[in-house]
Design a protein around this ligand. Structure first.
Ligand code: BES
Ligand code: MN
Ligand code: MN
Length: 462
């Protein structure tokens, strides 16, 4: 029987070349001009699943971008793994900060990736990590070692809120029935520190609009006598945090899950170098909520951040003007037990209530989702732990991540299954940023580890 290691060594170049082809298609879900590219990518994913041995693969139409669904049923009495991933990517902007074009993948070595990394938008998030599952399946089917049933569901709207996926899951509960959901769309602590993501934050994303006078005004003739929407907006935003960086929205923390000191101490055992953290992003010190460590601030604590802000004159030179309107996009990362719709309402009520007379405020909710946390004593987790032990020779560390994959909570609610998050990206891989990349070592290690999960999960389910 051929080992995954041997198979990967023999097919390594092809695995890399195939991923590179997928990365060339600019499947940017946020930009409707790329609709054709999303459809082309879905087609390419379909073909790859067929080649990897799926018995049936369909492109399922939705109100938005299509979902690629594939399956292999080995034996109805065996467990079923549902693999989820996304083929859409973030916009590459700002383009001038890329060292090579985002959709012309190149391989370069870095300090952390001595074996090389593929630089391209989507290489790590999530085409590269999704494709590890396709290649792991190819290995299992072509060497006759697939131990259980498998279903693939690869969507094209993750980066814009997965609206159609909720629609699809609600309508296809039976088709999607499974014993565990398996996802690679998160990260690991370091190449020599394998970790399994046990928590994700929820999200509420809103846009705010502050409107003052009915037209842009001369800032000399009117300045000082009318509320300037930009001044007002920035003041309102600044008031959303107090001097300890707690969020000031009434009721915001009401449902926040409080961790025990033991749990926090356990979390604190994960290796973390503050120096390396500061150096990697070139800042002098960290910043955040009083009373919490950096790792706590970006995993078990909720946040509020402005993601974009605009208004007024931003062209060349100076123009003396008081703009009629000012805008901002604001995200709130949420933790278990906070309800994203409730938080969105609390935000809107509070934001409207703090607006001074002389401006009007409009809050428009975008998307959101619930946080997720999974226990580490479950069969699913234990099977994942054994899989990493087999390929890394080390027990992986459970880690709660600050990012969000809102549909994970939905899988638990609608499909009643737990999710295992086997991420192989590194924080330094620059997902959503210019020069996103994915280590070739990480890519191949993922392909090697995934079949082990299939094996242990099937064995332990007996
Ligand atoms: N793969 C990421 C989420 C992620 C990355 C979680 C790293 C944990 C570690 C996903 O594609 C993503 O970017 N999600 C969005 C939310 C979505 C609703 C737009 C996010 O977290 O901003
Ligand atoms: Mn992702
Ligand atoms: Mn993403």
């Amino acid at each position: 029987m051929k080992s995954a290691k041997t198979y990967i060594t023999e097919h390594k170049q092809r695995f890399i070349d195939e991923l590179i082809e997928l990365l060339k298609i600019p499947s940017i879900s946020a930009n409707s001009a790329h609709k054709g590219d999303l459809i082309k990518t879905a087609e390419a994913v379909k073909v790859s699943l067929e080649k990897a041995g799926c018995q049936t693969v369909e492109i399922c139409e939705t109100p938005g971008y299509p979902i690629v669904y594939g399956e292999i049923v080995v034996d109805k009495n065996l467990p079923t793994i549902l693999v989820y991933g996304h083929y859409d990517v973030q916009p590459p902007d700002p383009l001038d900060l890329w060292d090579s074009p985002p959709f012309e993948p190149v391989i370069k070595t870095t300090d952390i990736h001595p074996d090389g990394a593929i630089f391209a938008r989507g290489s790590c998030d999530d085409k590269g990590q999704m494709y590890m599952h396709v290649k792991a399946l190819e290995y299992m089917t072509s060497t006759d070692q697939l131990p259980c049933n498998v279903k693939f569901m690869i969507e094209g709207e993750e980066e814009v809120g997965s609206e159609s996926l909720g629609w699809f899951v609600e309508r296809n509960r039976e088709k999607l029935a499974n014993d565990v959901v398996l996802i690679s769309d998160t990260g690991m602590i370091a190449p020599d520190v394998p970790s399994i993501t046990t928590g994700l934050r929820g999200l509420s994303y809103v846009e705010v609009e502050v409107t003052g006078p009915n037209r842009d005004l001369h800032s000399g003739l009117y300045g000082g006598a009318v509320a300037n929407p930009i001044n007002v907006l920035t003041k309102m935003i600044a008031s959303l945090h107090d001097e300890n960086n707690h969020i000031t929205i009434p009721g915001f923390y009401d449902d926040v899950e409080e961790l025990s000191l033991e749990e926090r101490a356990k979390m604190g055992e994960a290796p973390f170098s503050k120096d390396a953290y500061l150096k990697a992003i070139d800042i002098e010190d960290t910043y955040g909520e009083k009373g919490y460590t950096t790792n706590e601030r970006n995993s078990i604590r909720p946040t509020l951040d402005v993601n974009g802000i605009w208004g007024g004159y931003i062209g060349e030179g100076a123009k003396t003007v008081i703009a009629s309107q000012a805008f901002a996009k604001i995200s709130m990362r949420l933790v278990p037990d906070q309800d994203w719709k409730k938080i969105t309402d609390l935000f809107a009520k509070h934001f409207e209530s703090i607006a001074p007379k002389g401006v009007r405020v409009k809050v428009t909710p975008h998307h959101g989702g619930q946080a997720y946390v999974t226990p580490i004593d479950s069969l699913e987790y234990k099977a994942a732990e054994k899989a990493y032990e087999a390929t890394f020779g080390k027990t992986p560390i459970p880690q709660r991540s600050g990012g969000s994959i809102p549909i994970v909570a939905l899988f638990e609610k609608e499909l009643k299954s737990k999710t295992i998050l086997m991420g192989f990206g590194l924080d330094s891989d620059a997902i959503h940023s210019p020069n996103e990349h994915f280590g070739i070592w990480n890519y191949l290690k993922g392909i090697e580890t995934i079949p082990q999960f299939y094996h242990f999960f099937t064995e332990m389910s007996k």
